[in-house]
Design a protein. Structure first.
Length: 300
């Protein structure tokens, strides 16, 4: 009997402590506001005082935060917050207003796959392209027309865009793909020389199948690779043949004109193979319209 009385006495003290801790926490107006929003009784809430205090601390950080880079919470861009599910109180991480905006602005990037390309291409937009050079106007107009018409004509020809180093060829096409991604169209941008260097990696076959079948593809910097008979005839040729047969829109950027590219592709350790190179270029001509852009080096 005496032992039972001691247990009951300890439980009474614990209840008093819980009540005291909860009442003390309520002195914080933010804690009080959060507790009130749950619409649960004191009886239910007092058992979660420490968790509510943790949520209060994180929410207090949010009230003072000016951007996501200033986030002081455990998980950047998220706040630990209570929610009621089927009458039960749970705590979960919710995205803050800055994270929600960031997610909204970058949601389209799930539709664009980047293979070994600069991260700046993910932020390329039609509004941010450099327009203070008349030598770029023809290409910019072409890109604009393509963007306008692609929704109605999904099997449009792509572009073979040649030009000097650093003039922004890849950025222009990336801006186009990012805009189309916002409309739900999937695309891929691959840096061709590096893509070929990864041909013996375990995941190369999976990547190759993806870029072969993706609706929009940019093969960036073709002509900068070291040509071998194998990467020309066993990787590039089947890729272009499939995309040509399936009517899949394909873009290329290069420092070489098509004539120069044909010469480049003809030379390998096997010797000069003009016929095989010519077959590749003929497929590129079937897939694209050629344009040249000689402009200032924007990378300086």
């Amino acid at each position: 009997m005496e032992a039972l009385e001691k247990v009951l006495e300890r439980e009474d003290f614990e209840k008093i402590d819980l009540d005291k801790e909860y009442e003390e926490a309520l002195k914080n107006p933010i804690f009080k506001e959060i507790a009130k929003k749950t619409k649960l009784s004191k009886k239910d809430l007092k058992n979660y005082t420490s968790l509510l205090e943790e949520a209060t601390e994180e929410y207090s950080h949010c009230l003072e935060c000016k951007n996501i880079l200033e986030c002081k919470n455990r998980i950047r861009g998220h706040v630990y917050f209570p929610a009621v599910r089927q009458g039960n109180l749970i705590f979960e991480y919710k995205s803050c207003r800055y994270q929600e905006k960031l997610d909204k602005n970058t949601k389209h990037l799930k539709n664009v796959q980047f293979f070994n390309t600069p991260s700046a291409l993910k932020e390329a937009t039609m509004d941010s392209i450099y327009k203070n050079d008349k030598s770029r106007f023809e290409v910019i107009l072409w890109i604009g027309e393509f963007l306008k018409n692609y929704v109605e004509k999904n099997n449009q020809k792509g572009l073979y865009l040649s030009g000097n180093f650093g003039c922004g060829k890849t950025y222009l096409v990336a801006a186009l793909f990012n805009e189309l991604a916002k409309k739900g169209y999937k695309s891929a941008i691959l840096f061709w020389p590096e893509f070929l260097r990864q041909a013996f990696y375990d995941d190369f076959k999976e990547k190759y199948e993806y870029v072969k079948k993706v609706p929009l593809l940019l093969i960036d910097d073709i002509g900068a690779e070291n040509v071998t008979a194998w990467n020309r005839d066993e990787i590039l040729c089947p890729l272009l043949q499939y995309r040509m047969d399936e009517g899949l829109t394909t873009f290329f950027t290069s420092n070489l004109t098509l004539n120069d590219l044909e010469e480049h592709l003809a030379s390998s350790k096997a010797g000069v193979e003009s016929i095989k190179a010519g077959r590749i270029v003929s497929r590129i001509k079937q897939l694209t319209e050629p344009l040249s852009m000689i402009s200032k080096n924007l990378r300086k």
